[in-house]
Design a protein around this ligand. Sequence first.
Ligand code: SAH
Length: 395
Amino acid sequence: MDERTRIILKSGKDQSLRRLHPWIFSGAIKKIQGPAREGEVVDLYDNKNELLASGHYQDGSIAVRVLSFDPVEVDQQFWDEKISNAWQLREKLGLVSDPQTNVFRWVNAEGDGLPGLIIDYYAGTAAIQMHSIGMYRNLKAITESLIKTGGKRIHTIYNKSESTLPDKPGITERSGFLLGDSESGEVLENGFRFNVNWMQGQKTGFFIDQRDNRKLVESWSAGRRVLNMFGYTGGFSVYGLGGNASLVHSVDSSGKAIDLTRQHVEMNFPGDTRHEAFAVDAFGFIKDIKNKYDLIILDPPAFAKHQNVLNNALQGYKRLNQKAFEQIAPGGILFTFSCSQAVSRMNFRKSVFAAAANARRNVRILYHLSQPPDHPVSIFHPEGEYLKGLVLEVE
Ligand code: SAH
């Protein structure tokens, strides 16, 4: 094995590694023996010289992202195995062979043992989002593994990391095609059609993580007047129409998102007059809809991107949900979500409970929702469970 840089941890700061948590914060480091080159694999030792793990080094708050707790060479074979194991899990989940669905998350960072790497699969296209220099340095090897594992099932690979890679010298190609050159394509999700543009869209183009929750919305929509707030591509709206809602209204502040929503409704339900879409601010729209809707979906963007704005975020969730409780028709169903990693399930619940109490409505929990199994969470990395949702009945 090559001589690697050794990072010695302060006494007691090895505990998280012993619990197999995959991050080392910069404050845990006692000394670095050897060159500290960003993106390279380093070995982590406790202060008694016991080797505990190896991972990608980066100058930043998270200094090391662990790739292995056993001695390992991070070579082509390493990437092949990880990418192939991730694919096998999606096969096991039935997603690879599902005739109704050809969009899923192929690699979910820590959940697939690859911190810093997200890969979404869109009917033959792999859209890559890298969050670390270590992944950036290995893009060639990762691409090779994707082609090996994907075989005929993959014709395009697009790297879309312009907004996720840290701003560091030497990072030049943040985005670009690694295979093929198509910018968008049609996908199927539970039999519904969507047009995904991995070059222009938000994240990698589509919010795959709501697939199962959309299905649940479909099953609750019959005869109901549905409001899809923060709708983006209109995923929930299409399922609402599919579930025989009496009407579906979509709201998003982005004109592009509303255009996309209209396009998706037209693709799935041509000429359907039950749907209307509004390019307006959700907080303004929700003030004046008393008893107009029987099912409301609140899926706002992450209010807390960092721990230090947590309190503001919790207030934000409370205000938004309180408005929904005040306005929803009697007997209505509220689907409410938070995708902020910094907001714990318990904190989110508390904000929603406070909102219900302020609105003085009697509210019951019907379902606790999360992300689907192609967004697996390592049991040692609870932060990976970022999507939280509640389905509530409002008396
Ligand atoms: N529910 C979507 C994902 C939502 S992403 C899905 O299933 O795919 C969050 C969306 O909220 C983005 O499209 C963004 O344009 C929109 N947004 C952000 N702030 C907003 C606001 N104040 N009012 C309305 N929409 C907003």
